[in-house]
Design a protein around this ligand. Structure first.
Ligand SMILES: Nc1ncnc2c1ncn2[C@@H]1O[C@H](COP(=O)(O)OP(=O)(O)OP(=O)(O)O)[C@@H](O)[C@H]1O
Length: 686
């Protein structure tokens, strides 16, 4: 047991006690940066190596695919004999529920087969809309359809009692039936159906281990409860100071309730290994209770608080700062992260970094919709392996760009044999399962995809490469899992719906040699040597909120951001935010930092005078003359559908619209993207 002894030796006493504890239910209250992930992995290894619990007898539930992957990777690194397939129930709540439904639970009892496919919220909405038209349902507040369906599902009603009820309830019942008919489940169905079937006691693992327990919602807690048999042990790890998803339904008093329901023992991990004591001192100001944050590191440097004129100045300053930090060689790009409150703030920053040739990765859960050709391909493949999937048949055929552009009525006519029209693509979809396609690489030729990608278009090669990469990634998945073609396709397509484009690349890779940009929500669980939190103005950080509870959550969110930093933390705010929702000057969060740990810096950088820049651009639009923006001669800018431009990353596209600050370009392969004019170097192709 040298391996286990070695592993245990590296832990501190608190961590070791938690790993060795034998209670049937343990709640580990882990302070920020106290080695939660380290302990969770050690616990799994200890149970496996010392207590000889098979990894298949453990369910390890996480909130992100990244966290699940990190846990599996670290276990594989500890023991090279362990492979992914040995840990079938290690994953996110949704992926584990999906695995149980397709492999373990008696799914036929709820009218499904284990070949079900997963639908994202867009697909769900499309289905609702189609049914609404087909059945001529009378639905009020159509623009609030998603919200109203959500309410119906939770047994609530929105907008009070109507004089005359509409058909929303009938639509909802029709959807439930239609999903069953098409053998499809939405994200919530995965959890709800798995919970229902688990209640029969067919699957009761020996251990259920949960990461980030503080963020579980009611449905997830029910799933956990349903899989716990009389002999199931529970090990849950969480930090009540990092609850940042209460808007998504994470349960209040979750820790107290857990202790009560499972008669659980509570232990804690109090020592923070991550941050300098100055950063911890800053973090303490944002705690709601008197939690002691004990650190082991030295004081480090002061927290820099800096003003900028506006986001453009800030972006330019950060580029200079990043160049300075990395120029000496001891800091690499991957050590640096920039956090903001809302995704829309990333645009200016990303453009500035690309312009300065600084490698950058923006963490955003991109759905397949963001790449139209892949979105279409997935519909086509989902329809081909499940002929009941009417919605995806329609989406694949109806698509004007890649499909056959057939109308809804025409498609219905062909499907129901009521029309003389034919569809080559539909014949291929229907014939797929009988066509003896043996290898996924043959899919491209089977569908003759060249013909659907407009071979003469400028984006043909780009789209073809995207499709071939996707097929290649699916092939790797099928080969690794060693599963039959259609089973592998279904599993892979389901994962692409759950994880979006991260399926092509293992999410944002902290080891990638690039500066990371992300929202405060996305930074949870990560750590970086140097962290910049931008836009710390009232109305941005914190956002304007209407309830006291939401205000407290803003504080916790800022706490999460601060505590990602290991060595340095810099906070900035705008004196001229250029957004009516955001107030000038530092927010109350800046004022909460004790003076003795703060180094205030006045910005000295060259200011971009937004007013004169705007005037110059306006003049340019009016007179169609070339003007220089930020010392750079730019070609004539005019808002015309025909204006073609080329972007370093996205290739060629057509200008859709532009205003003084931004320009929106439609790229065939990537869809519509908006850039800030100041930083984007778009090559005008005339
Ligand atoms: N016993 C230990 N000795 C030294 N360093 C440790 C020890 N335990 C954890 N660390 C280090 O402390 C840092 C934080 O650990 P980890 O990421 O596991 O914390 P966490 O509790 O998951 O953090 P958070 O909740 O903030 O996401 C990591 O860099 C980790 O390597």
């Amino acid at each position: 047991m040298i391996q286990t002894d070695d592993m245990l030796r590296k832990l501190n006493t608190y961590q070791r006690d938690a790993v060795l504890d034998n209670s049937p239910a343990l709640l580990l209250n882990a302070h920020v940066g106290s080695g939660k992930t380290t302990v969770l992995i050690s616990k799994v290894m200890y149970l496996h190596l010392v207590k000889e619990i098979d990894l298949t007898e453990m369910v390890v539930l996480t909130f992100t695919n990244k966290a699940a992957k990190e846990i599996k990777d670290r276990i594989k690194a500890e023991n090279s004999k362990i492979k992914d397939k040995d840990m079938p129930y290690f994953g996110t709540f949704h992926s584990v529920a999906s695995k149980l439904l397709s492999k373990v639970l008696p799914i036929q009892e709820i009218g499904y087969t284990n070949r079900f496919t997963i639908m994202d919220p867009d697909e769900l909405f499309e289905m609702a809309y189609r049914l609404m038209i087909e059945h001529r349902f009378n639905i009020k507040f159509k623009n609030k359809l998603s919200k109203r369906m959500e309410a119906i599902k939770n047994g609530e009603t929105l907008y009070g009692n109507m004089k005359r009820e509409d058909d929303i309830k009938v639509l909802w019942e029709c959807m439930v039936e239609e999903k069953r008919k098409q053998n499809k489940m939405d994200f919530d169905d995965l959890i709800v159906h798995a919970t229902k079937l688990l209640e029969t006691g067919v699957f009761t693992p020996k251990w259920v281990i949960i990461d980030e327990f503080q963020d579980c919602d009611r449905a997830q807690l029910a799933l956990i409860k349903a899989m716990c048999g009389a002999n199931t042990n529970l090990f849950v790890v969480g930090d009540p100071n990092q609850i940042i998803y209460s808007w998504r339904g994470s349960e209040k008093n979750i820790f107290q309730n857990f202790k009560r329901v499972y008669d659980a023992k509570e232990m804690s991990l109090p020592i923070n290994y991550r941050s300098s004591s100055t950063i911890l001192e800053a973090a303490k100001q944002f705690l709601e209770d008197s939690t002691e944050l004990e650190g082991v590191r030295d004081e480090g440097s002061k927290i820099v608080v800096k003003n900028h004129y506006n986001p453009f100045n800030e972006a330019q300053y950060l580029c200079d700062q990043i160049k300075k930090l990395t120029s000496e060689g001891s800091v690499s790009y991957k050590d640096i992260a920039i956090f903001y409150r809302t995704q829309r703030q990333s645009k200016t920053m990303e453009d500035a970094l690309i312009k300065e040739k600084i490698p950058v990765e923006v963490s955003v859960k991109k759905s397949l919709k963001d790449i139209p050709v892949l979105h279409w391909l997935v519909s086509l493949l989902k329809a081909s392996i499940n002929h009941n999937d009417k919605n995806n048949i329609i989406t694949a055929l109806n698509n004007k760009e890649f499909g056959e552009g057939l109308s809804f009525a025409k498609i219905r006519g062909i499907i129901n044999n009521e029309s003389d029209h034919t569809s080559i693509l539909l014949d291929k979809i229907i014939g797929f399962l009988q066509a003896n396609v043996e290898n996924i690489s043959e899919v491209y030729d089977y569908f003759a995809l060249d013909d659907y990608l407009s071979p003469t278009s400028s984006t043909f090669l780009e789209n073809k490469t995207l499709i071939l990469d996707f097929i290649d990634s699916m092939k790797r998945y099928i080969d690794e899992k060693n599963v039959a073609l259609t089973e592998g396709m279904r599993e892979y397509l389901n994962s692409s719906t759950l994880y979006g484009l991260h399926i092509l690349k293992d999410s944002i890779d902290a080891e990638d040699e690039s500066v990371k940009l992300m929202t405060l929500h996305a930074c949870k669980g990560l750590e970086f040597k140097h962290v910049f939190i931008v836009g710390v103005n009232e109305g941005s950080i914190p956002l304007r909120t209407s309830t006291a509870e939401a205000r407290v959550e803003e504080k916790r969110l800022f706490f999460v951001g601060i505590t990602r930093a290991k060595d340095t933390l810099e906070i900035s705010y705008y004196t001229n935010p250029d957004d009516y929702r955001v107030l000038e000057g530092p927010s109350r969060f800046v004022d909460m930092l004790p003076g003795h740990i703060v180094a205030k810096e006045e910005s000295k950088e060259r200011q971009v005078d937004l007013q004169s820049m705007r005037k110059a651009i306006q003049k340019n639009i009016n007179t169609q003359e070339e003007v220089a923006v930020l010392d750079e001669a730019r070609p004539e800018e005019k808002a015309s559908d025909e204006t073609r431009v080329k972007h370093e990353k996205y290739g060629e596209g057509i200008v859709e619209s532009e205003d003084e600050d931004s320009i929106t370009v439609v790229f065939e392969a990537y869809g519509s993207k908006t850039f800030s004019k100041v930083f984007t170097s778009l090559e005008y192709l005339g």
